[in-house]
Design a protein around this ligand. Structure first.
Ligand code: ZN
Length: 326
């Protein structure tokens, strides 16, 4: 009985085994195809995801609503960065620590600087002088890399710059995974179209407001590029880095300026302590305009879970405050 059954059972078993093997091969192939990319912060993580699509698995070390200026890498971060197929950073002195982390974790590849080729903006003299010393996340002394610190790192706040980021990311992904070239090109083209429209939308929205209304206060100097691109004046009690302590005189000067210039609104940032802004608001009589997303996305269920939605959320908050609608 057993011997009679055996050929059929065997055939059946082999077929099942073959099916299972095929499924396993497909699964492992699909898994192997995912290019593991590690980036420093959430905004950059979204940009890589937009271009990489299905072919990449992106990890951002600094997550939603987290302050990149205060980030302290954990030992597990070095291992994660070291094991990545591709490492992408912002550059401009924002995440230099990531390069060292990647090397110490054993990463041998190229560290891609997403901001390469943009028209950089210098920090104001005050920032460089008062706050530059706090900008090193890496424990370096103030006089190291003075040139790198003189550049404002928050270039992603100008959508025009991010179009360059996207082109750089597409090039880097194509180099790391040539088989995905056409997918990366298609994703980058689609996303660039979205960014181009977003840029035009922001320009048009602010151009419609009178110049004297186009000024606000935010926690730290994260909006220099935004201001330059879209004609908004941002004042802030803190420098380019969030962990700089504002001086009492600096805060008093800012409050006087707010009153004299009739600045319509002050903004809290998602990555900054709101207490200082609350104090400035109560002493100046300006309105709280809401929350601006400067250096991090919101959580998935918040108003700024992607770069495009972050810029729209900032646009809406600013426009509302400046048009006096709140
Ligand atoms: Zn910042």
């Amino acid at each position: 009985m057993m011997t009679q059954l055996r050929p059929a059972a065997l055939r059946h078993g082999l077929r099942a085994l073959a099916t299972a093997c095929t499924a396993l091969l497909i699964a492992s192939h699909a898994h192997a195809q995912k290019l593991e990319v590690t980036t420093s912060f959430s905004i950059l993580g979204d940009l890589v995801s937009q271009v990489g699509g299905e072919r990449v698995k992106v990890r951002a070390l600094i997550g939603a609503d987290e302050d990149a200026h205060a980030f302290q890498p954990r030992p597990s971060d070095a291992r994660n960065v070291g094991g990545a197929a591709l490492v992408v950073v912002n550059g401009l002195g924002f995440d230099d620590w990531m390069v060292r982390l990647a090397r110490s974790g054993g990463y041998k590849g190229e560290v891609v600087v997403a901001s390469a080729g943009i028209d950089t903006l210098a920090m104001t003299k005050d920032d460089a002088h008062d706050h530059g010393h706090d900008h090193g996340h890496d424990g370096e002394k103030a006089n190291d890399k003075a040139d790198a610190r003189a550049v404002d790192p928050h270039a992603w706040q100008d959508v025009g710059n991010v179009r360059r980021y996207v082109a750089n990311i597409a090039d880097a992904l194509t180099k790391a995974d040539p088989e995905g070239a056409s997918a990366y090109r298609a994703n980058a083209e689609r996303y660039d179209g979205e960014l181009k429209a977003l840029d035009a939308e922001i320009r048009a929205a602010f151009a419609a407001l009178p110049a004297e209304r186009r000024k606000v206060v935010s926690s730290h100097d994260a909006f220099g590029y935004f201001g330059r691109a879209y004609g908004i004046r941002f004042l802030s009690p803190v420098g380019v880095s969030n962990n700089a302590e504002p001086t009492a005189q600096g805060v008093a000067r800012l409050i006087r300026q707010l009153k004299a210039e009739k600045v319509p609104a002050v903004f809290i940032e998602n990555v900054a302590d709101p207490r200082l802004i609350e104090r400035i608001r109560s002493e100046s009589g300006a309105q709280i305009g809401g929350t601006l997303y400067s250096d991090a996305l919101s959580k998935a269920d918040g108003p700024a879970p992607s770069y495009v939605r972050m810029m729209r959320a900032n646009l809406d908050a600013l426009r509302q405050a400046m048009s006096g609608a709140n």
